[in-house]
Ligand binder design. Sequence first.
Ligand code: NCD
Length: 359
Amino acid sequence: MNTQAKLTGADLRQSRQFIKVYQPPKIDGDFTGKHIISVEQFARQDLQILFDATASIRRRMKQNDRGLLQLGAGKVMATLFYEASTRTDMSFQAAMSHVGGQVITASNGVSFSSVYKGENLADTVRAVGCYADVIVLRHPEVGSSYEAAYYLDSLREQEVVRRPVIISGGDGVGEHPTQALLDTFTIYDLKGRIDGLDITLVGDLKNGRTVHSLAKLIARYEASGVKINLVAPDVLRMPQDVIDLMTAQGVQVYETDDLHDVLGTTDVIYWTRIQEERFATPEDYNAIKDRFIMTQPVLAQAKPDAILMHPLPRKHEMGTPEDHDALDADPRAVYFRQMENGMFVRMTLLAKVMGGLWV
Ligand code: NCD
């Protein structure tokens, strides 16, 4: 099963190294037993399968279909969150409950597990892999989910009873694949297509893993006639490798630091938080933090049928709490629907990787 190159000596314990040696499996129409660690695993047909199944799951949830509880019956999901989370953590837990599975988590949080004693990720993940069918991992190191997948594959070789899969809940400034899946589903759901759309990503495009994954996933979708506008100050530009990947797939990329260049013509506005925790100094953060603020008077200048998305949490990049209320009242603000879609997409993904869903 594990055909990956083996790591040796000095390479070990640097999560980033695992991106070079661990090739995540392509979905290729079949999700069963596959780790979900990068959007690079998905092609357009895989996304279509996921979108159709998610729409069906959402319908069944509305109908209170008890049959959903069979999808994950008898399965266990463990959460390993080394970084703060509300939505990713709780929506995965809720998703597993809604498909009839069980959730386990370190009783006092991961920082009071053996991680406190200095256990490394490779060992913690294999310990948890002995108890669970799925592990959702959020970790501050880029490449940590690749490292976890690598060691879980090695665990499979030791003939443990389960064949656990890892699902990344975000690895540092790297990727956040399930967020990109729910974001792309939301765009597809509300606009009826991805092809031909004008999509604008705004804010911290350097450190924001959600925008890295979303940009790459739109490229993977091989949509025709898509234009992506990247709106960021110079110091927070989208990494060049992500831009290259998009242009190589025929996406038209336009970079600017002026939102008004694109606001009146764009179909999808994806707003993001300036990632304070990733800045070297408070001064660096303070110099940039007020650069882009989305409020209702700004949104008023967008197309009447545009949608405003945000992965949340939000801070002052959407103004004061009063500004939030005004913005939320605009029907173009769809971030709470986006958030609910996250649970439906995760239900689908869990059921599929656990082999319980063939719609
Ligand atoms: C994002 C994250 O953690 O990357 N949140 C999320 O998962 N919905 C975005 C952020 O923290 O700004």
